[in-house]
Structures are given as structure tokens and as C-alpha cells.
Ligand binder design. Sequence first.
Ligand code: ADE
Ligand code: ZN
Length: 326
Amino acid sequence: QRLPELLRQMPKAELHIHIEGSLEPELIFALAQRNGVALPYADVESLRRAYAFTNLQSFLDIYYAGASVLLHEQDFYDMAWAYFERAAADNVVHAELFFDPQTHTERGVTMATVVHGLHRACVDAGQKLGVNASLILCFLRHLSEESAFETLEQALPFRDKFISVGLDSSELGHPPEKFARVFARCKELGLHLVAHAGEEGPPAYIWSALDVLKVERIDHGVQAVHDAALMQRLAQDRIALTVCPLSNQKLCVFPDLADHNLGKLLEAGLAATVNSDDPAYFGGYINDNFTQVFAATGLTARHAYQLAFNSFEASFAGNADKRAWE
Ligand code: ADE
Ligand code: ZN
């Protein structure tokens, strides 16, 4: 019992959480009612029964449908606030939240509505819960380069309210190169850069996220184990991988949690971290990810300390924050 307690109690940073993926079925139904949005599910139970995924795309279809209940600034605030309460309970002291503006702007919700609601929750998380929080704007890779540029343009009036851009959604068939010019522009703007790569996609996508997009972290990255030269590169440059064990299990990246390669990544000297991805859909928040992957794969307290350390080292928290944590 001591190891699960250590995992739960240790301070940690969460670096891979899609805030739209924290929408619990109960909140989806409450917001649908509040906003007069019709859902293709009769009740919370039948929605939850639909959470049986076979791959990334089968999840994304339901995830985008769930986000359709978000219309007003307060909706975005309420969603993020519910996550922060869970995060604080899991001893998360620093969180970097992905959000997918195109999911909302394509439905006529303005960028201002999305960013203001999420940002206000981030401010309150710091003041009321002691969770230091910031935002990462993600481009949807199944949409065009043009749509990504348009999204960046819409976001620039709020440049001070996000620290980084990311790249998510359907990976296969949408290699990082598609967004080379968008990421180059974001780099010029002084934004941090991250991208999902090697979740379902090949090691080649991780190479191009690094060498073409110039990202500082790789989200997921678990397919790197199939390329020894890539493993060396990631270890040498201490490129963090934001790994999400329960997500990988639920999306059938690994048939069983016991097959997860987190231990292999750590033993190879990679800066892996543990995160929740879309906790409302994958059966647990960050502490569930820690306790379940440790129990299934036999990781030890030494790995726990390393993972907590990696999460702070890989975070985009300022140096003042990092000194305060020492
Ligand atoms: N959007 C939300 N969760 C995602 C994931 N695990 N991979 C890619 N895009 C996502
Ligand atoms: Zn993700």
C-alpha cells in the first residue's frame, strides 16, 4: 500500500490533458440541458456505454460530439474548473491544458468565448486551488494548413493567454510536415511548440515533429521504441514524452496495460512523464494513470520519483516557479 500512497501524494505536473476530454458525461448532459442542445443519447448511462473504443478515430468521433454542448464562456469555465478540482485532489501543482479551438469556432463559437472562459478558470485555479495553470492551443491535424493559419490569426489578440501551440486529432495520414509553415510562424512568435506524434503513427512522425516542426516535447511518443536511433536522440536531447497509459490501453495502442512500455522508456533514459489525456473518456485522472500502470507493470518508487521529476523538468513553468519548487 505504500507505493500507491506515494504516487497519489507526490506533487506532480500534468502536461498532457485535453480540457475537452475532461468533460464528464454528467456535465455533458447538464450543459446540453442548460443550452438546449439535443444529444443522440438518452441519458448518462447510454452515453457512457458508447465509450468502447477500438482506435484513436473511434474515440475522436465521440469526443467531438461531446464538445458540441459548449457554447458560452461560462461553459468553458465550468469544464476547466471541474478539471482543476480533480487535479488539485491528485496533488497536481502545475498543469498545461490543451484546448482545440477549431472544434468550437467551426460551430460558430468565438475564439474570445473559448479563451476567456478557460483563462479565467486558470487564474482561479492558481488563486483558489494552488494549481499553476496555463493553456496550449492545439491545431487539429485532420483540418487544412489554411484552417490552422486562420485559427492562429484569430488567436493572436489573445497571445498573452496561451504559452504554446500543439498538434492533435487523427494522426495517421496527417504527418507533421503538413503544418511545417504554421509551426515556423509560431516559433517566430515566441510560442513554445509541442505535437502529438507516435501515438498510433510511425517513428518517422516523431522524427519530423522534432526536425521539421522543432517541437520541444513529444505527446505520447510510445512508438519510438521501434527505432533505436530515435531512442538515442530522445535520450540525448532529453526530449520529454508525455505518456498517457490509460489512453493507450483504451485506444488499443497496447492490448493490455501490462504490455505498456513506460518502464522500457524510463530504463532507456528517456524523460517520460505520466498524464491523463482525456480522463473523462479513458477511465481515470492522473493518479489513476499512475497507480494502474505501476500495478500492471511492476514499476517502483525509484520510477515514481523519476516521473515526478521529469514532469517538472519538462514543464514550461518559468524559472522562478522552478526555483520555488526546489
Ligand atoms: N485529441 C484528444 N485526445 C487525443 C489523442 N489522444 N490523440 C490525438 N488527438 C486527441
Ligand atoms: Zn492527447
